[in-house]
Design a protein around this ligand. Structure first.
Ligand SMILES: Cc1cc2nc3c(=O)[nH]c(=O)nc-3n(C[C@H](O)[C@H](O)[C@H](O)COP(=O)(O)O)c2cc1C
Length: 198
């Protein structure tokens, strides 16, 4: 009996996730994505996180070098230490999952020298991060790109080998009911940022 209830619950969660995915076009996801710093404590299924990361790994990269690494953190003590390394941004540890995205400058440098290690590997990981932010919207999840942290601290918390550079942390979780709909954001005017050459 109890097993059947659990099965039905899992089915309902799966159906909900599929419905959310079907309901959102890429355009809607781009428009809807906002940084969110409040998360429900509900766990995010591993399969969902895996799919989000896989969408991240589909990002373009210079020469298809894929100079990235990702660490999925669910362990509360490590999340708390990451939040501290992010200068006390507590919402990092409030999220049920934090994905830390690493760049591998050596991998890009092997092909592109300084331009690879200083620019391409950072651009490539940024594309990977953005893919994950958008995919998260598709699953009804919310995220925040966190780039303000002490790199040395994060490297030591995660025992990173010296050649890997932590670029961002992305806390992922379900939004608080009270947090929706989110306020509008002020975008810079088109004419200020776009120039057309005809
Ligand atoms: C490179 C980068 C670093 C960021 N670092 C942080 C951060 O450390 N903490 C934070 O709360 N938000 C951070 N953000 C999120 C921005 O504050 C946010 O994207 C911006 O205010 C626009 O709001 P929106 O994401 O809701 O559209 C970062 C975003 C980027 C792209």
């Amino acid at each position: 009996m109890w097993g059947e209830v659990c099965y039905c619950k899992r089915m309902l969660v799966w159906l909900y996730q599929e419905a959310v995915k079907l309901a959102k076009s890429i355009f809607e996801a781009i428009k809807e994505r906002r940084s969110n710093r409040e998360f429900r404590s509900d766990p995010v299924p591993y399969d969902t996180i895996r799919q989000i990361v896989e969408y991240g790994l589909k990002a373009p990269s210079a020469g298809n070098m894929q100079p990235w690494g990702l660490i999925i953190v669910k362990e509360p003590e490590i999340k708390a230490r990451l939040a501290k390394a992010a200068f006390g941004q507590k919402f990092v540890s409030d999220a049920p999952v934090v994905v830390v995205i690493l760049a591998d400058p050596k991998r890009s440098a092997a092909r592109y020298g300084d331009r690879g290690s200083m620019l391409y590997c950072i651009q490539d990981t940024a594309a990977c991060i953005q893919n994950m932010l958008l995919a998260s919207v598709g699953f009804g999840l919310c995220t925040c790109w966190v780039g303000s942290f002490d790199e040395q601290d994060v490297a030591s918390i995660l025992n990173l080998p010296g050649h890997l550079r932590p670029v961002a942390m992305v806390p992922i979780g379900y939004p608080m009911e009270s947090n929706l709909p989110r306020g509008s954001r002020k975008d810079r005017p088109w004419d200020e940022v776009v120039k057309i050459i005809e």
